[in-house]
Design a binder for this molecule. Structure first.
Ligand code: COA
Length: 244
């Protein structure tokens, strides 16, 4: 079946997201961005994961798998199932790190070849919507000192709550296979530095690096945990002054 439904994310918005991911990950990465639409087909083992889901969830899941397959195709992998792991994570082919994210309207996936066991995470939020949802829930996501540090580094039009939330979600995705469990937001200590952020994952004492960018309505983050062949320009060494 051909995908169908209204295109609410413009082509220029999509192009800006692809451009940010390409800048960060370089020419060797597989990258796909796609409005969420009905009609993308799933492999039987993927279909089973959403057999009882509401149509909205099925649509976002299937669009995510479509994006992930497009990203893998850029790395030379033929289309195949991408199962769901124990902690909801997509299970990538051996030697590949990748990540999927969706908002209500759009979906993105990235995949890179990785020589070690590092993880990769991306997250996409609509800035205004995220800030509104997070109002009153900041204490679940970050400490006061993280909030102050973020606001001192971020431009005035980027609320600290949305940026910290988005960055931590990408860190959680990047670190989840290493942690072997769900990490909580407050188990991560985050610090922004210009267009980059650094994170300490407190239970393991691991470091993660990342970067963020606002493109129109959207805030996009990318995090890596472990040592891969990522661009060193956005992966500065980080020693936290205080990991409260
Ligand atoms: C895992 C988590 C970061 C996913 O975020 P989300 O809000 O669903 O947002 P996104 O749309 O950006 O990402 C969803 C995608 O992330 C991927 N994902 C889900 N869990 C993952 C994990 N453990 N590791 C890596 N990737 C994961 C999946 O591909 C998923 O899409 P799919 O199910 O359609 O394949 C989030 O649910 C989470 O766990 N947050 C923090 C933990 C928490 O909430 N603790 C509560 C304490 S009370």
């Amino acid at each position: 079946m051909e995908p169908s439904g209204p295109r609410v994310v413009s082509e220029s918005e999509e192009a800006a997201l692809v451009c940010a991911l390409r800048d960060w990950l370089g020419a060797g990465a597989g990258i796909a961005v796609q409005p969420i639409q009905a009609g993308f087909t799933l492999f039987p083992e993927e279909e089973r994961c959403v057999s009882g889901a509401v149509p909205k969830r099925r649509k976002e899941f299937a669009t995510g798998r479509y994006c992930a397959r497009r990203a893998l195709l850029e790395l030379g992998y033929p289309a195949g199932p991408i199962p769901v792991g124990e902690h909801r994570e997509p299970v990538w082919p051996p030697g590949v790190a990748g990540s999927i994210t969706h908002t209500d309207e759009t979906c993105a996936a990235v995949a890179v070849r990785l020589e070690d066991r590092g993880g990769l995470g991306i997250d996409l939020v609509e800035v205004r919507g995220a800030a509104a949802i997070l109002a009153g829930a900041a204490h679940l996501i970050y400490s006061e000192s993280e909030g102050r540090q973020a606001q001192s580094e971020l431009p005035p039009n980027v609320p600290a709550s949305a940026a910290i939330f988005c960055a931590k979600e990408s860190v959680i995705k990047a670190a989840s296979s290493r942690a072997g469990r769900f990490l909580d937001f407050r188990e991560i200590y985050l610090s922004f530095s210009g267009p980059h952020f650094q994170a300490v994952i407190l239970p393991g004492g691991w470091a993660a690096n990342g970067c963020w960018r606002v493109t129109g309505r959207f805030l996009l983050t990318l995090a890596q945990c472990g040592h891969g062949h990522f661009r060193s320009s956005w992966a500065p060494t980080f020693t936290p002054a205080s990991a409260r």
